[in-house]
Design a protein around this ligand. Structure first.
Ligand SMILES: CC(C)(COP(=O)(O)OP(=O)(O)OC[C@H]1O[C@@H](n2cnc3c(N)ncnc32)[C@H](O)[C@@H]1OP(=O)(O)O)[C@@H](O)C(=O)NCCC(=O)NCCS
Length: 217
């Protein structure tokens, strides 16, 4: 029996390689632990000094303690892989950079990633498997659903409600709502990079520009 704890980053793409150092920092004091990347394709590659295992290899490994974080921007893919890990008794973990700032009364679901220089102010509720990329912030009284993704530098101002699986592109600015009328970003909506969102975004819509408008193709 191998008693090490295995910390796995699911995804070895650019974002996975950004998440790995946060994990290494978070768990560096632990004895008997190993960090590795998980990928669906078999490879003998070593990425930034970490081995790459397949999901099947991790599932078959005798360690009792296996934990993963899913570093993939697509919320639908994240949900599928989270279900797969849970079925294989691979625990999920949250990854939080040491300089992440969190103020009062923030509730965050499991499986979150908070990259360096991210901030949650006060009275915020966030669902499971949230991804908060570098330099993004969320202000007071926001409610964020499950499997939501923030690219780098998202400015999410107060009283904004974002539904499950929404994707907010890099540098987007979301105008503040009010407590009786929050700004709403609908389920599965995509806010393009650099957009300035001043009005509600419908579920599934893609919006771009300043002020943000539905993307015409
Ligand atoms: C909005 C977005 C999802 C659209 O992607 P897409 O459907 O593949 O769109 P296309 O690249 O085919 O572009 C379609 C048109 O919209 C324009 N467009 C695309 N994204 C835009 C944006 N963010 N703002 C303004 N215009 C944009 C394109 O220039 C193109 O215009 P054209 O038809 O006049 O040439 C994408 O461009 C985007 O912004 N994604 C977020 C990227 C990001 O934040 N990455 C972070 C990585 S960590």
């Amino acid at each position: 029996m191998d008693n090490r704890t295995i910390y796995a980053v699911y995804g070895k793409s650019g974002f996975g390689r950004e998440v790995m150092p946060i994990i290494a920092e978070q768990f560096c004091d632990e004895q008997d632990s190993v960090t590795l990347f998980l990928d669906d394709e078999k490879t003998d590659e070593v990425v930034n000094g970490h081995s790459v295992w397949t999901f099947d290899e991790l599932e078959a490994h005798s360690s009792l303690k296996k934990r993963s974080v899913i570093a993939i921007a697509d919320g639908k893919v994240r949900e599928r892989l989270a279900t797969r890990c849970a079925a294989a008794n691979i625990g999920c973990m949250s990854v939080v950079a040491t300089n992440h700032v969190r103020m009062d009364n923030c509730m965050v679901g499991e499986g979150a990633i908070f990259c360096p220089f991210t901030t949650l102010t006060s009275n915020i509720v966030i669902g499971v498997h949230f991804q908060c990329n570098i330099y993004s912030y969320i202000a007071h009284d926001c409610v964020i659903g499950d499997f939501v993704t923030f690219a780098p530098g998202v400015k999410c101002n107060g009283n904004v409600h974002i539904e499950d699986h929404a994707y907010i592109g890099t540098g987007a600015i979301l105008k503040q709502g009010t407590s009786d009328m929050p700004l709403r970003i609908g389920r599965g909506a995509v806010v393009g990079m650099g957009a300035v969102v001043t009005k509600d975004v419908a579920p599934g819509a893609i919006v771009v520009g300043n002020p943000a408008r539905p993307l015409a193709k």
